[in-house]
Design a binder for this molecule. Structure first.
Ligand code: 2AM
Length: 478
């Protein structure tokens, strides 16, 4: 075969990825279960580059140069396994199967292990940037063996987005499921970013009394500063949009029930398993969940609470500036939590993930792309063993400078009855981490009281138990 890469599964993501490879000068074998889609792709976009359409699996495999590189772009789950089962028997040792779907990293670990036993490389890869990214340059997070990256990397570097310094937004994340794990956390952070922006909007609307158009202006202004990012940019676009049918602000005619496809939920589930506090990300997942509980919301609508009265122009402007501080500080916390989770996953599975390079490949192409990520990259590059983003001097200074306004915003939200779970949870995390003493000491006392779970002392080593039901003397335990 002559094709350097093949793509099977030609729904919009697969089709755009295949076109991206072709537009970058690669010969691309294309295949789909339903052959009509393969024909349609070549008919419509054949002029963009060199495509080799294949009707059957055998034809597809035969079209590929060796070692074969075969990208699967089907719905994550059973379809992925079905396609692997179909192609693996046709492949030879050293060939590489790439799964570009949003697979759960545990599935990727299993598939990698099974295929490795047959001498086939399996690369579970995160691809972020949606349909546009797939076509014009996504952020790519490949896992799998270093050997497979040596063969695949140069192709991915060509089709990836380019960061402001020209570097392609792709890097070998680590073995087996590392790529899909990092993509999962990327999506968790994306949930948090979106929730925090939504809370800022809600406060500007309810407390400052700004109109959606005015809030769009505010976000445009913020977008020119340290919050500069794709999500802030599109937020301004959405808020400025007017519904054609009614002439009302678009945001007012959209049903307020947020949906989810599951990667945010996975992030939180895995964080719980790993014991990593990702409270900001968790609140973002819960906020979507709450929004969808229509009956519960209906039943609770009459509960008492304050109705904010809009601030005057000057007070509103002062408040808006504070919200910017709260948003930025909370964003630092979300990324702190997300990177902590990646570090913990890397530790648990022995992936050796380079956190600086994760930040680097999120600088362009993906949904959470932001100027801010360059700062995270710098923080980890200058101190690879950084225990937490909050221990980076610059982030610590910035969050310290924001904290007064952040508290004021959270207090105002509570007083005015505006739900800000993301801002609040992030602030609680910040305060918990910086606390000299936590009430966990009392929790330990309670646990020892009802379950003899024992406790440690601040003044000497060992585990202890107090005879709560007896004379309350202390005994050494275990
Ligand atoms: P189709 O066009 O034949 O439906 C997204 O659903 C993509 O994944 C489509 O290209 C679809 O092919 C493909 N797909 C879904 N389930 C599949 C399966 N079990 N085997 C092969 N391709 C599948």
């Amino acid at each position: 075969g002559t094709a350097q890469i093949g793509v099977t599964g030609l729904a919009v993501m697969g089709r755009n990825l295949a076109r991206n490879f072709a537009r970058n000068g690669f010969t691309v074998a294309v295949h789909n279960r339903t052959a009509a889609k393969t024909r349609a792709l070549v008919e419509e976009f054949g002029g963009e580059g060199s495509f080799v359409p294949a009707e059957s699996a055998e034809e597809f495999v035969a079209a590929l140069e060796r070692p074969r590189r075969l990208v699967i772009m089907v719905k994550a789950g059973e379809a992925t396994d079905a396609v692997i089962q179909e192609f693996a028997p046709l492949l030879e040792k050293g060939d590489v199967i790439i799964d570009g779907g949003n697979a759960h990293f545990a599935d990727t670990r299993r598939r990698e292990r099974e295929l490795r036993e047959r001498g086939i490389h399996f690369v579970g890869t995160g691809i972020s940037g949606g349909e546009e990214g797939a076509l014009h340059g996504p952020s790519i997070m490949p896992g799998g063996s270093a050997e497979s990256y040596a063969s695949l990397g140069p192709l991915l570097e060509r089709i990836a987005a380019k960061a402001p310094d020209g570097a392609p937004t792709v890097a070998h994340i680590g073995p087996d499921g590392a790529g899909h794990f990092v993509k999962m956390v990327h999506n968790g952070i994306e949930y948090a970013d979106m929730q925090l922006i939504a809370e800022a909007y809600d406060l500007l609307r309810s407390v400052a009394g700004y109109s959606p158009a005015r809030i769009a202006e505010t976000f445009r202004e913020w977008n020119r500063g340290r919050l500069g990012s794709y999500l802030i940019d599109i937020t301004a676009e959405v808020l400025a949009h007017t519904d054609a049918a009614t002439g009302r602000p678009f945001v007012d005619i959209v049903a307020d029930r947020a949906e989810q496809k599951g990667t945010g939920r996975w992030t939180v589930q895995i964080a719980l398993d790993l014991g990593v506090p990702v409270s900001g990300i968790a609140e973002a997942v819960f906020a979507r969940s709450v929004s969808g509980h229509t009956a519960l919301r209906e039943a609770s609508r009459g509960l008492p609470g304050p109705s904010p009265r809009p601030l005057g122009e000057e007070a509103a402007a002062r408040f808006a500036a504070r919200v910017e501080q709260a948003l930025y500080a909370s964003k630092i916390v979300s990324y702190t939590q997300g990177f902590h989770q990646i570090a913990a996953g890397s530790e648990e599975y022995g992936w050796n993930v380079d956190l600086g390079s994760v930040a680097a490949i999120w600088r362009a192409g993906c949904i959470i792309r932001a100027d801010f990520l360059d700062r995270i990259r710098e923080a980890y590059d200058s101190r690879p063993g950084l225990p937490s983003l909050l221990s980076d001097k610059r982030f610590a200074e910035e969050i310290g400078a924001a904290q007064d306004d952040w508290r004021e915003v959270v207090a105002t939200a509570a007083r005015e009855g505006v739900p800000t779970p993301g801002f609040s949870a992030s602030l609680a995390y910040y305060d918990a981490l910086r606390a000299e003493r936590l009430p966990a000491a009392l929790t330990q006392g309670q646990r020892d009281f009802f379950g003899a779970h024992t406790y440690r002392r601040t003044d000497r080593p060992g585990a202890f138990h107090t005879l709560w039901g007896g004379d309350r003397s202390e005994v050494a335990a275990g």
